[in-house]
Design a binder for this molecule. Structure first.
Ligand code: PLA
Length: 453
């Protein structure tokens, strides 16, 4: 007999929500829900003479990170990974920014450094500087001490901590996320205890923003609902609202009391300017209203594996911000106790030194510019091949990705015949491309769209 467990704690309710969300997902095969909405453990607990884990089902690879797993297994010398959003040089190599190496050297040379635990909220300097970076050095919210910032495990960890706080302390559990969005969003938010709904965002017909649909969907969201917004360089579509559209979105959201939760994973990568890319966030903060922002240094400082990020709550008053921070500690402590030291020290070293900051902006702009030049080169290569279709979206879209419009079958064909790896939704990471590989990619796209309609 399998034991039946009735869950009632917040964690268990979150699990139940996740199970419901994943109902159609093969992952859910290992969790079962009965008619009373209780979770019964999968039969893995039963010993069948082989292993107590013999009944664990094989889970599928992650739709994005699994692309790299497949790529690594491919022995072909011409293979190309355009799956995960990871910057590569013109030589196709990962890049450690010079300014990052310099900061690391300074840290290593500093004999006074120790390896003590950080506070639960992370490195204080890092938090202050991160808030300044996104909200602006002269932000009134910062001056009024209305911002609570905690260091988290990159963008993902920041989203997770923010979502879990909201599930515990905010009166609305529903979060609206764009359709489509980064594939991990619904998973992170659901497991944290929020209930995910979508708002229209992308129009496949125009390969642009479905602004009308977005306004209609947010307009009919229940008052107080949370809304996830990509601060810039929307993933996967590469389509951002204009500043005028952002202003309209803000007015609508404020009029309905919708709570903005910004995901800022690409500050500086869209335009090459840190300030320009933060404009949408700053627009929302300027009206004195509240919002959340999750920041990642994975892409803009190339600190992917260091897992450096920050979560900020902009609150109405300093008093509220301080209470929010006290509760964020209660979310973080049982999750991972406190964040890692190294990456945050690198970021703080760079952000607090005028020269190093300047050097960073130059290196960041060079990455953004290289991506923009890849867009032009790919577009030109398709034009010169006379590839059927309008490919102007390649140069119009913004940030790391191009949402090509290629369908799954065409993607499979390109991987099989050309060893080009990308996510099955047709997203390609322009940051993974280089001039030498453009003809190969253009040939692949050309043949895929000509053969498979
Ligand atoms: N938010 C968005 C919109 C992202 O695209 C990503 C990363 C993150 C948050 C989280 O990044 P971090 O935790 O590493 O800071 N998206 C990548 C990688 C680049 C991934 O899927 O993990 C992507 O290829 O979509």
């Amino acid at each position: 007999m399998r034991p039946q467990i009735t869950y009632s704690s917040p964690t268990d309710r979150r699990l139940t929500a996740l199970v419901r969300h994943l109902a159609d997902d093969p992952f859910s095969a290992s969790l079962q829900m009965d008619s009373q909405n209780t979770i019964s453990p999968s039969p893995t607990a039963a010993f069948n003479g082989d292993s107590v884990f013999a009944n664990v089902v094989q889970a599928p690879e992650d739709p994005i990170l699994g692309v790299t797993v497949a790529y690594n297994k491919d022995p072909s010398p011409v293979k190309l990974n355009l799956g995960v959003g990871a910057y590569r040089t013109e030589e196709g190599k990962p890049l450690v920014l010079n300014v990052v190496s310099r900061a690391e050297q300074m840290l290593v040379n500093d004999q006074s450094r120790v390896k003590e635990y950080l506070p639960i909220t992370g490195l204080a300097d890092f938090n202050k500087l991160s808030a300044k970076l996104i909200f602006g050095a002269d932000s009134p919210a910062i001056q009024d001490n209305r911002v609570a910032t905690v260091q988290c495990l990159s963008g993902t960890g920041s989203l997770r901590v923010g979502a879990e706080f909201l599930a515990r302390h905010y009166h609305q559990r529903t979060i609206y996320i764009p359709l489509p969005t980064w594939g991990n969003h619904p998973k992170v938010l659901t497991i944290a205890g929020l209930s995910v709904k979508y708002y229209r965002y992308y129009d496949p017909a125009t390969r642009g923003l479905n602004f009308q649909g977005l306004l209609e969907d947010l307009g009919s969201a229940p008052s107080g609902a949370i809304v996830l917004l990509h601060a810039c360089a929307h993933n996967p579509t590469g389509v951002d609202p204009t500043l005028e559209q952002w202003d309209q979105i803000k007015q609508l959201m404020r009029s309905k009391g919708l709570l903005p939760f910004f995901d800022s994973a690409y500050q500086g990568f869209a335009s090459g300017s840190l300030d320009a890319d933060a404009q949408p966030v700053r627009l929302f903060v300027a009206d004195g209203g509240e919002c959340l922002a999750a920041q990642s240094y994975a892409k803009n400082m190339g600190l992917y594996g260091e897992r450096v990020g920050a979560l900020s709550f902009v609150c109405r008053t300093a008093d509220v911000a301080s209470r929010v921070e006290s509760q964020l500690k209660l979310v973080i402590r049982p999750m991972y106790s406190n964040p890692p030291l190294h990456g945050a020290s690198i970021v703080a070293t760079i952000l607090k030194d005028r020269d190093m900051f300047h050097e960073w902006t130059i290196e960041l702009k060079a990455m953004a510019d290289r991506i923009i030049s890849m867009r032009q080169q790919l577009f030109d290569a398709l034009q010169s091949r006379g590839t059927p279709g309008d490919w102007s979206h390649i140069i119009k879209q913004i940030g790391m990705f191009t949402f090509t419009g290629l369908n799954t079958e065409q993607v499979v064909f390109m991987t099989k015949e050309y060893h080009i790896y990308m996510t099955s939704d047709g997203r390609i990471s322009m940051a993974g491309l280089n001039s030498k590989k453009v003809p190969h990619l253009a040939d692949a796209i050309h043949e895929a769209v000509t053969r498979i309609v």
